[in-house]
Design a protein around this ligand. Structure first.
Ligand SMILES: [Fe+2]
Length: 390
């Protein structure tokens, strides 16, 4: 790994108590009780409910005589109104602990509900960083995809309903109290979701490792996550019942999630916010997965040694290559990986048209992820990148 020996840096410690392992769901009652809960408020979405995972969770709670209420109306990138409604249900339920189970939208919604349970007003009052000042209600995050890293992140992303725009609240008060990472919960995840969420985790690791804010502690986690994803994502997408690859992917996702809290990300994530907004509403994992190879191709000349390390982590032979050639192999390797797991090359199938480019780029340029991207980026350059994946 590349270390800049003169670098000063900050690593934000993740206070979340991480419990990782197959079957870890069964430990939920212990953690609810440790956090002082006699009643839990479970936040999830209809898909997780239909997959039978909520029933497994509630059976675990019933066995240990822990009372619960379930809110299962989370939608993709839940809106601010939905979050406020869920907060009212929570308050009516009398629960002391929130349990979020699902993908990024379910966990981010549960995270916002936990914050709004103790901080007055609307979620929109807290958009930005460190505006949540009162500690959240205790929140246990249980991911059912290996991608978002939300179970260990300080961000909650949701939709501002009035502006139809994805926004985020972030800060140390948002960290889940406990993350229960149980790879068995991903065994039934369909191949397409496995692929897009896995590519999202890869984007977290690659953007974290190669951006201007990267530092040795986050970098070590990110590089190991890249290795794991390069080795295991194809197998997980091809055969969802492969427990070893499911374990590796969830491990990689959580490691990348810890890493990115300290560094922010890059252009793929800057683009994903507006691509997931308005009438487009392209799923986050898909937007990031399609954008990542094009963004890497643009960025690789700005940090060739770091991109060369990414290429090595992905199993590429780079000993015979110049730093620039080695860096380009990282972008090519990610493009091959995306292709192998059936990520499309373009977003036209998800409704993206040439006419969207200027508004998406205008919003994307406002992202803090542009400021840390390894290559300085003009709106014209970002338009060219986005234009290449329309
Ligand atoms: Fe992401």
């Amino acid at each position: 790994m590349n270390i800049d020996w003169g670098q000063s840096f900050n690593f934000l410690p993740v206070p979340t108590d991480i419990h990782f392992g197959c079957g870890m769901l069964s430990s939920l009652p212990v953690h609810v009780r440790t956090l002082g809960g006699r009643r839990a408020f479970v936040v999830t979405d209809p898909g997780v409910r239909a997959a039978g995972i909520v029933d497994r969770l509630t059976a675990v709670l019933e066995r240990e005589s822990i009372d619960f209420a379930v809110y299962d109306q989370v939608t993709a990138d839940s809106g601010s109104t939905l979050i406020s409604e869920a907060v009212e249900e929570l308050k009516g339920s009398g629960a002391e602990v929130i349990v979020g189970i699902g993908g990024g939208s379910a966990l981010d919604t549960a995270k916002a509900v936990a914050a709004l349970a103790t901080n007055p007003g609307s979620p929109l009052d807290y958009v930005g960083l460190h505006k949540v000042t009162v500690p959240s209600l205790p929140f246990i995050a249980i991911p059912t995809t290996a991608g978002t890293g939300s179970e260990v992140s300080l961000w909650s992303v949701f939709t501002d309903d009035a502006r139809k725009l994805k926004v985020a609240i972030g800060g140390v008060r948002l960290f889940p109290a406990v993350a229960l990472c149980d790879p068995d919960l991903t065994l039934e995840l369909p191949s397409a979701l496995t692929a897009s969420t896995g590519m999202d985790a890869l984007a977290h690791a690659v953007e974290c490792y190669t951006n201007d804010a990267c530092q040795p502690i986050s970098g070590a986690l990110a590089l190991r996550a890249i290795e794991l994803i390069g080795t295991h994502l194809r197998r997980a997408a091809l055969n969802g019942r492969d427990r070893q690859s499911r374990y590796a992917m969830m491990l990689a996702s959580t490691m990348a999630g810890v890493a990115m809290n300290s560094t922010r990300l890059g252009l793929a994530h800057a683009l994903a916010m507006p691509l997931g907004s308005g009438d487009l509403k392209i799923p986050h994992g898909v937007a990031v997965a399609v954008a990542l190879p094009a963004v890497m191709q643009f960025n690789c000349t700005a940090a060739p040694n770091r991109f060369a390390a990414v290429a090595r982590a992905l199993g590429e032979r780079v000993e015979d290559a110049s730093p620039l050639e080695a860096a380009a192999r990282a972008a090519a390797a990610v493009r091959r990986l995306a292709d192998d797991v059936d990520i499309p090359m373009h977003l036209s199938g998800f409704g993206l048209k040439e006419e969207h480019v200027s508004t998406v780029v205008e919003e994307a340029m406002k992202s803090g992820n542009v400021a840390v991207n390894p290559r300085r980026t003009t709106p014209q350059e970002l338009s060219r990148i986005l234009g290449s994946i329309v």
